[in-house]
Structures are given as C-alpha cells and as structure tokens.
Design a protein around this ligand. Sequence first.
Ligand SMILES: NC(=O)c1ccc[n+]([C@@H]2O[C@H](COP(=O)([O-])OP(=O)(O)OC[C@H]3O[C@@H](n4cnc5c(N)ncnc54)[C@H](O)[C@@H]3O)[C@@H](O)[C@H]2O)c1
Length: 438
Amino acid sequence: MIEKGAEIKETEGRLGVLIPGIGAVGTTLMAGVEMIRKGYSKPYGSLTQMGTIRLGKRTENNTPMIKEFLPLAGLDDIVFGGWDIYEDNAYEAALTAGVLNKEDINKVRPFLESIEPMKAVFDKKYVKNLDGPNKKTGANKIGLAEQLMEDMAEFKNKKSLDRMVVVWCGSTEIYMEYHPVWDTIESFEQGLKTNHEAISSSMIYAYAAIKSGIPYVNGAPHMCNDIPALIELANINDVAIAGKDFKTGQTLMKTVIAPGLKSRMLGVKGWFSTNILGNRDGLVLDEPLSFRSKEVTKASALEWIFQPDKYPELYGDLYHKIRINYYPPIGDNKEAWDNIDIFGWLGYPMQIKIDFQCRDSILAAPVALDLALLIDLAQRAGMKGIQEWLSFYFKSPMHAPELYPEHDIFIQLMKLKNTLRYLKGEELITHLGLEYYD
Ligand SMILES: NC(=O)c1ccc[n+]([C@@H]2O[C@H](COP(=O)([O-])OP(=O)(O)OC[C@H]3O[C@@H](n4cnc5c(N)ncnc54)[C@H](O)[C@@H]3O)[C@@H](O)[C@H]2O)c1
C-alpha cells in the first residue's frame, strides 16, 4: 500500500492518451476535449473537471476543485492517438458515429483530421459482426504485441510526450470462459507465441501497454486486463490498471436507484431492463457472444448491491432480466426502459418505471476522460495493479480476488474522494459529524 501523502510525480510535459477503437466513444472524447480547450463548451459530466472535494470539517469551508487540489494533467497537455480497423481519421469516424452534429464536428475538423488510426490488432473471431482493412498482418500474437509496443514507443517519441495511458474504447469482444493460459505471465507469454485462441486482440493491447509500463483502462465488458497474468504483470512492472465497462446509461441509473431502495429496506421482486440502440456498438452487441460479455457485467451490479444472501426476504426472489436490441433508426441515442416491481410495508406492491432517453457516448466520453487523467495520477503517485478506487466509473469494477466488488455509486464516490484525500495527506472524511455538537 502506498503511504498517505506520498510524493506524486509532477505533471511535466504532455500526456499521450492512446485509444484502441476510434469509434463513437473515442471520437466524442477527442472532439469534446478539443471543443472544451477552444472554449466552445464546458466539461459537463466530468468529475475531474467540474467536481469539488471537501477538505477538513464542514465549518472550515474548504472545498477546492478536484483539478486544483491534485496535480492532474490539464486538458491542454493531452495528445490523442489510437488504432482502428477502419482507415478513417477521427473526423470521418466522428461523422460515421453520428453522436455529435456536423456543425460541432466541423468546429474541430483540422484537429480531428490530424488523428489517423494506426493499424489495429484485430481478429474477427473475437468481434464477429465487424471487419475492416486497417489491420496488422503476418505475425503471431507475440509479434503483434511487439508491433503495438513499437507503435506506442514511436508515438511517444514523435509527439514528444512525457508519459502515456491506454484507454480501450474498442468494440466488445465475445464472452470467454476462464482458460489456464491466463493464469501466469509465463503461460500467457507462451500462449502469445503459440497463437493461443484464449488470448483475444484486446488482451494483446493490454499486454503491450503493461509490458511498456503504460497504464491500461478497459472500457468494454470483455475479459482483458482482469486476467491473473496481466494483473501480475502490472504488479511486477509497477503499472496501474483499471476496468471494466464504462458505467453509463442504464447501469448508472441502477447503481443510483438500487442503493436508495436498499437503504430504506424496500424489497424488490423484479427488475426488467430493456434497451434499444442503433450505433455500431449496438450492431456488435446484436451478436450473442458479444452480448453475453455485456450481459454479465450489467447483471452483476444489482446482485452485489442488494446482497440477497444477507436480505433474503427483500431480495431473495428478485427476477432480473436484461435485453439489448439493435435498432438502427435511433443511432447513438439509446432508449432504456426499466420496470421495477418493489414492495414496502406489509408487503404492499409498488412499481417504478424509468424511460431514460440517453446518449451513450455523451455519457461515456467524460468517464473516459476522467479515467485517463486519474490513472495517470495513480501511476505518478506510484500506485500499481488494480485501482479499485476507480470503481465509480465501471459497471463491473475490478477488485482483489478475496473481496466482493463495490457497486453502490455513493460508496464508490466516497472511496474515490477519500483516496484523493489520502494521496494528498489530508484527513479522510467519515461523515460522523458528532463533534459539531460537543
Ligand atoms: N457508449 C457507451 O456508453 C459505452 C458504455 C460502456 C461501455 N462501452 C463500450 O465501449 C466500447 C466502444 O463503444 P462505442 O459505442 O464507441 O463503439 P463503436 O463501435 O462506435 O467503436 C468501437 C470502435 O472499435 C474499433 N475496433 C474494434 N476492435 C478493434 C481492435 N481490435 N483494435 C482497434 N479498434 C477496434 C471498431 O472498428 C470501432 O470503430 C464498446 O466495447 C462498448 O461496449 C460504451
């Protein structure tokens, strides 16, 4: 464990944010950061840019902005790069994604046009509904990992960067069952050499980043840097890692509402969640094996929040069902309906209906930005391995094997802010407050 108030390496120079998958989330992040830098908009939805943190007692009235309290990289220091299987630059990709309107995209056109995707490591075996021409070829998996490491080193050099982070914004890969090749660094490296099929494309990116000493964040629901071999590699190489699956939309709402119901000991009999979305992510998730990856991360949140083993009378019979349907006409403007059957005093039933007409990538972009900045901070503070304090941002947070994951968003936020206080040597806030009445 790092020491309270341990030294955090200063932010000198520029931070490279490398993104495998220059699609809807990736381009919305890139265009958004540039629009904010140019003063066209504000970083709505970003805790690092708009949030505050209380220090000391409530009477002290000391609540700085998070970005002023901590030595975070500034938006002006960020340099974007990335990989994709399509040759489109970020301007063309943003137009295809259709999240932002053309007028906004055009405001930052030259900037987006300057971001050309590097050739991707991609195998259709892991993302069945997609294929594209911009791929690395002719090498086994260890060779592909080496090519990615060269890309990373070259990018750092070319852009004169001080440091980098990798944030996976690529498509959801298929669901994979545990395989012993994931167990140790040795078995994994052997698997890379023999082209083992339990090693997906995204795992090759994660390996290349961690091996190069670069923090890696997984924004998608598939297995990746959460396998034992890559966690071990991160610990040995002193690299911070986090995941998985950006918490946006429906799961964000679930982790807001479920803790509230539980805090009042209200029972829940059923929670039916259905979504329609028409972007490329929706197309990929239309394929059953990719959907399975998503279903697993989306399903676990309620189970962990309600703790049916501890509250069997309230949540023991909960029927939880999730559906995602691909519906092209609405593009990235997802609609998510929830029907929640709850019961209260004397078992009397009640219902909550939610119709969230959200914009997936508008919710995801600030999450990706915060994660890039906070994992860079963690790395500079000397934190290595799983960064559980970043659970706040994930549908299925990575955690130590002996722990259960914390899904309650309010506990996650408290944990995140207390970690920031701890890093700066400030007192943690317990919210006890009895001392005000002495
Ligand atoms: N939008 C959200 O709110 C949200 C929330 C949580 C998680 N996610 C996850 O984030 C990821 C990106 O979502 P999106 O809406 O931007 O999807 P998208 O389809 O618009 O973009 C993904 C991009 O990744 C590229 N890609 C796929 N495999 C690749 C590889 N091996 N190397 C390089 N590029 C690759 C695709 O060509 C595509 O351009 C998905 O996994 C999605 O499940 C999104």
